[in-house]
Design a protein around this ligand. Sequence first.
Ligand SMILES: NC(=O)C1=CN([C@@H]2O[C@H](COP(=O)(O)OP(=O)(O)OC[C@H]3O[C@@H](n4cnc5c(N)ncnc54)[C@H](O)[C@@H]3O)[C@@H](O)[C@H]2O)C=CC1
Ligand SMILES: CC(C)CC(=O)C(=O)O
Ligand SMILES: [Mg+2]
Length: 366
Amino acid sequence: MPPFQDHTIVVLPGDGVGPEVTAVACAVLDSIGDFYGHRFTYQEHLIGGAAIDATGEPLPDATRDACRAADAVLLGAVGGPKWDGGKRRPEEGLLAIRKAMGLYANLRPLQVSPVMAHRSPLKKEIVEGVDLIVFRELTGGIYFGEKTRTDTTASDLCVYSVEEIERVARAAFQTARQRRGKVTSVDKANVMETSRLWREVVTRIQAEEYPDITLEHALVDSMAMHLIRKPREYDVILTENMFGDILSDEISVLGGSIGLLPSASLGTEGPGLFEPIHGSAPDIAGQDLANPVGMVLSAALMLRHSLKLEDEADAIEAAVAAVLAAGAVTADLGGELGCRAAGDAICDAIRAIHWAAAHRVQMHWA
Ligand SMILES: NC(=O)C1=CN([C@@H]2O[C@H](COP(=O)(O)OP(=O)(O)OC[C@H]3O[C@@H](n4cnc5c(N)ncnc54)[C@H](O)[C@@H]3O)[C@@H](O)[C@H]2O)C=CC1
Ligand SMILES: CC(C)CC(=O)C(=O)O
Ligand SMILES: [Mg+2]
């Protein structure tokens, strides 16, 4: 047996279902570590509402410093009604950690297998075989612009620089090169100046650096409709912060539940941050009802992108596919398992897959 390789993972459970799903992801990582020779050390830190309660701040300095020094960061979710109307908001902590770590590209992949298509509320023939990835710009746009408020008015400023658009566009085009070679850039260039700049920059980057990639532009309102009517036509979807936030929740319906979708937030250097696309789900928090799959698949993305452990990431994805096919699922997908039991099923599948592989090797040698 080779010596264990050590990896330090900062875990930010956050609020609501966050602690439930991050606990499952860590258990799945431990199962993978047992078979592939890795020892994951988890450093838990506060963020969001839990951090406000403990320190008054949604992103304490200790959390920010630990994230910057980690090999990678796993995050559950933040927010909830408890903090609505408060002086500080949990969501500020999430925006601040993304900015502090320079995570400008948020990747939200979706592949709809036949078994997922069967559980989707949309027609099977529309969703089966969907294989797309959203590249959402993550540290610019209206979420980060100046905010003002008087008794009678409120405003949120939307700002994008050429450089912010160029770097996320390059990331999307690079990925398209390894996929089916098509990028759909989504904006609102018929109305918004930031979208006109977005379209000009994306068009130039494609012409100058990625002439082999097919680029099409779509307006966000009709795109919301096309994604439900003909989702198989899309490969890489490139868009700004708020549009990407909204469209990726929409496409989660294609796969049957928002609880299934993972994400990777990446910058040019330094550790990535990995989180499911869903929020803190206060309506089901604390009841062992959350689907942990989006969080577990985020851990797989962490292995692939930050730790460069491709086989280990593949093994988690294979185990998740096996449990979904076996119907070992939570209530959002019509199943009877709780969050913890769904996690146990994934760990069991990892053991079964590993045992079968080892057994085949022995039989081959015999
Ligand atoms: N990344 C983050 O931390 C995010 C945080 N939020 C915050 O979360 C709070 C709740 O926001 P909502 O709009 O309700 O969005 P949400 O994503 O938390 O929940 C929307 C619906 O999906 C369900 N759902 C979400 N995750 C699920 C899972 N893993 N398994 C099964 N069902 C799941 C919920 O029960 C709810 O019915 C808000 O405070 C919001 O600001 C929202 C989005 C992202
Ligand atoms: C809660 C937010 C800051 C953003 C959000 O909804 C997301 O990143 O999915
Ligand atoms: Mg969102």
